[in-house]
Design a protein around this ligand. Structure first.
Ligand code: SF4
Length: 353
């Protein structure tokens, strides 16, 4: 049976019309599915019994289950989510002092094949539906009920902008039905230019996190295969257009790989590439990942020197805390848990992108 999750209120309104019900029932049903996170029709007390019966005969409410969880000492918890077809993805619950975030997957595997990423090494199975993306959020809230999840980042498995229709639909559902502020939604990309442009037109104004990881095409081509199709100049032009269209600063993610992209010269080149475009650079020292090409973590001194060069050029810099290491949930570390079950080898960088 088809799941109801993934359908907007207007979609549910059509369903109600088809069942001979008044449209306001759609709003009631959406509230049960997305805000009260009900998975049992019998508990939907303001819906008539015959409607609940009709729905139960035709639809399941959700289709995915959380199969396993691994918590790390810093409070992050990685969850393995099993999909209806037996494939699996991973997502991470990340509580902070003032907010609670979840990192969501958008694909089973990933077709991009970044050389530092175990998901990319493992290949691609399929896109997630909008419902499967939203289900990850709802499951995380079910399993961590004490604090409301306030933020969601699309930085798990997969390249979100290669699944743009479902990712945009999921972001709309999170904003309109689950009621997460669009300001608190962030979509990450390695620079899929048509996707960035489509996202700018999507009437969402979500945050965009652009994974650069290199200051020039020569280095970037070696790390991110899609750079050969959409080189840095095109990626940066699309990012500038995104900022103009949405009014939101882009965040630049930069994974530091010892000896590859972490020199002071690279930092200066990165500062020049960004020029006068506002937006912070988020530095992410590499975390070794089983199954990916062997890169090494840069020394702390090297990271400090890289950061200092950027700051000297006037660029705001943040450095991602390595949360979730104990749960294999830090950047590039969500490897392999979902592997081998009718799926390619999987990992999700939370985000190494
Ligand atoms: S870093 Fe992102 S885009 Fe690259 S292979 Fe991994 S999941 Fe795909």
């Amino acid at each position: 049976m088809e799941p109801l999750v993934g359908r907007s209120s207007s979609c549910l309104a059509q369903l109600m019309r088809d069942l001979g019900q008044p449209e306001y029932r759609a709003r009631q049903l959406a509230a049960w599915i997305y805000r009260k996170r009900m998975t049992d029709y019998d508990a939907m007390s303001d819906l008539p019994a015959d409607l609940r019966r009709s729905l139960a005969e035709r639809y399941v409410i959700r289709s995915a289950v959380s199969e396993r969880a691994a918590a790390s000492k810093d409070g992050a918890t990685k969850h393995l989510v099993r999909l209806a077809d037996g494939l699996a993805v991973e997502c991470v619950h990340l509580p902070y002092e003032r907010r609670v975030s979840v990192c969501l997957s958008s694909q089973v595997g990933c077709p991009v094949g970044c050389t530092f990423c175990a998901t990319g090494m493992g290949g691609f199975a399929r896109n997630l539906t909008a419902g499967e993306i939203v289900e990850q959020f709802l499951l995380m809230q079910d399993l961590h009920p004490n604090r409301r999840i306030t933020h969601a980042v699309f930085m798990g498995m997969g390249e979100p902008l290669l699944n743009i229709d479902n990712v945009v639909a999921a972001a709309h559902l999170l904003r309109d039905e689950v009621q997460v502020s669009a300001r608190n939604l962030t979509i990450s990309t390695v620079g899929i230019v048509p996707g960035i442009r489509a996202l700018a037109d999507a009437d969402l104004a979500v945050g965009l996190a652009l994974s650069l990881h290199a200051p020039n095409d020569a280095i970037r081509d070696r790390l991110i295969p899609s750079n050969r199709r959409w080189p840095l100049a095109e990626v940066m032009a699309a990012a500038r257009a995104y900022r103009r269209a949405t009014g939101r600063d882009v965040t630049f993610e930069y994974l530091l790989l010892a000896g590859h992209n972490d020199s002071a010269e690279c930092a200066r080149e990165l500062a020049a590439l960004l020029g006068d475009m506002p937006g912070a650079v988020n530095l992410i020292p590499y975390n070794p990942v089983e199954g990916a090409v062997a890169y090494e973590t840069p020394s702390s001194a090297r990271v400090r020197a890289f950061r200092a060069e950027l700051e000297a050029a006037g660029r705001p810099v943040t450095q991602r805390a390595r949360r979730g290491r104990g749960a294999s949930g830090a950047c590039g570390q969500l490897a392999g848990e979902a592997a081998g079950r009718r799926a390619p080898k999987l990992r999700a960088s939370v985000s190494s992108r």
